[in-house]
Design a protein. Structure first.
Length: 74
């Protein structure tokens, strides 16, 4: 069961939500609006240096993990 990051457009809040089933409606916990956008998050699977990479560190357009051979890693 994945945890996704979301951004609420009306109130500009960022939050995380555990998704239990596909198609589950997500609403902002702050303003209760359903006009939310799921964000692309970087993860830290198998990092050999132990560094935590934030989702603000951009990767190349062909990868989503934050590091890959085509972008030279980050």
């Amino acid at each position: 069961m994945p945890i996704y990051e979301y951004h609420c457009k009306p109130c500009d809040a960022k939050f995380e939500k555990l998704i239990l089933k596909q198609g589950q409606q997500v609403v902002c916990p702050k303003c209760r609006n359903a006009e939310v956008q799921r964000l692309v998050s970087a993860c830290n699977f198998g990092s050999s240096d132990g560094a935590v990479r934030s989702s603000s560190e951009k990767s190349c357009s062909s990868c989503t993990a934050g590091t890959c051979s085509s972008c030279g890693g980050h």
